[in-house]
Design a protein around this ligand. Structure first.
Ligand code: IPE
Ligand code: IPE
Ligand code: MG
Length: 227
């Protein structure tokens, strides 16, 4: 009997390369970030036809605060505009928004917008998880602390206390822009995820690129230590 291709349920993406995209075109970094948001919008629209249950996007790391203040401001303003402009589309398209990371530490108006967006999309069938002020080591320490408080320091208990606890297991982790590192993203969750590093800069990443990644994933043999 022929083996069936496996389908990815949960894909996460480290969206990298906005700055280099802009630089190559002689444009300000802010334009690169703007075009990055447009790439996100197109991708979210493609999630349903691709049969994904969950798409997780790394939007702002806990280390990205180290960037110049005007760049951080640009990114936060883009976030505000994105939530405002795209929330109706999420609701209409049955997308459930989920935020992972220490997002309560963002500006109060953003926290408020996010709380509202989470509430309004709570019943969506497919999940868009956005990592904001996210750092995997912080997430693991937090989970370990919570698990220890419950006197249950096991893998299962720790898993339950991660921000990703109600998301499907991570199948595929993609990073754009040619960098081959995880930059403190989903370190625990990626233990047996398939990985794909592509040279495409994030603003140029299209639903076709994601489909190609899913086709690649479908062909891979996952062994999880067995044989
Ligand atoms: C990714 O693009 C966006 C964020 C990290 C917020 P970069 O801004 O890191 O782009 P490069 O890596 O400098 O090209
Ligand atoms: C990782 O990209 C974070 C996001 C994509 C949000 P960075 O550009 O911040 O990562 P490094 O600094 O190159 O490792
Ligand atoms: Mg980068």
């Amino acid at each position: 009997m022929e083996e069936q291709d496996q389908r990815a349920r949960h894909v996460a993406i480290i969206m990298d390369g906005n700055g280099r995209w802009a630089k190559r075109k002689g444009l300000p970094r802010a334009i690169g970030h703007q075009r990055g948001v447009e790439a996100v919008r197109k991708l979210v629209r493609a999630v349903e036809p691709m049969g994904l249950d969950c798409l997780t996007l790394y939007a702002f790391s806990s280390e990205n605060w180290r960037r110049p203040e005007d760049e951080v401001d640009d990114l936060m303003n883009l976030m505000r505009r994105f939530i405002k402009s795209d929330l109706p589309e999420f609701i209409a398209n049955d997308v459930r928004l989920k935020i992972i990371g220490d997002w309560q530490g963002l500006a109060p108006d953003i926290v408020e917008m996010l709380e509202d967006a989470l509430e309004q999309t709570a019943k969506g069938a497919r999940t868009l998880a956005v990592a904001l002020n996210y750092g995997s080591r912080q997430e693991i320490v937090r989970a370990a602390r919570l698990a220890a408080e419950g006197q249950e320091l096991t893998e299962e208990a720790l898993d339950r206390h991660l921000y990703t606890n109600e998301l499907p297991p991570l199948d595929l982790l993609i990073r754009t822009s040619g960098e081959v590192r995880l930059s403190n993203f989903l370190l625990w969750q990626a233990a047996y995820a398939e990985m794909l590093f592509v040279d495409t800069l994030w603003p140029d990443f299209t639903p076709e690129h994601l489909q190609a990644a899913l086709d690649d994933f479908a062909q891979r043999e996952r062994r999880f230590g067995g044989r």
